[in-house]
Write a protein that binds this ligand. Structure first.
Ligand SMILES: [Zn+2]
Ligand SMILES: [Zn+2]
Length: 140
């Protein structure tokens, strides 16, 4: 177990969900951090930034299969593979015509992650992605 939480989630009647500190905090103090649930490189940056760590650099290596995903090195490629494998084959099939928006790609990644990680992830410590979905459904 990590250190005790400094913040908690609460429900404010009529206003919705909120987060609040459980102790005095210093100005600028970091109270919570977590990895992104999932992410995707924006279309315009393809080839300029690594598809895995998003570092901007020259001479990124292409995915050997689709040649449309770019990485710093083998470690970055391996790190992105659980997500990129979902897209790599269609990138190969459609080649330069494969051009969905980052919103479409991100949605696909969220759905794939929900399927492969039905349990709560570290990113969902205070709010699950499922809860976002139920809220959206309630509004619609
Ligand atoms: Zn990288
Ligand atoms: Zn690929």
């Amino acid at each position: 177990m990590g250190p005790p939480d400094s913040i908690e989630r609460f429900l404010s009647p009529g206003k919705g969900r909120g987060m609040r500190a459980l102790r005095d905090v210093k100005l600028g103090e970091l109270l919570f951090t977590c990895p992104a649930y999932t992410c995707v490189l924006t279309v315009n940056e393809r080839g300029n930034q690594c598809d895995s760590c998003f570092s901007r650099k020259e001479g990124l290596s292409k995915c050997g299969k689709c040649k449309q995903a770019f990485y710093c090195d083998v470690d970055c490629q391996k790190g992105d593979w659980p997500m990129h494998k979902l897209e790599c084959s269609s990138m190969c099939t459609y080649g330069q015509n494969w051009n969905p928006s980052e919103t479409v790609r991100l949605t696909a990644r969220i759905l794939a992650k929900q399927k492969s990680h039905p349990e709560r992830t570290p990113s969902e410590r205070y709010l699950t992605v499922q809860e976002f979905e139920s809220r959206k459904t309630a509004v619609l």
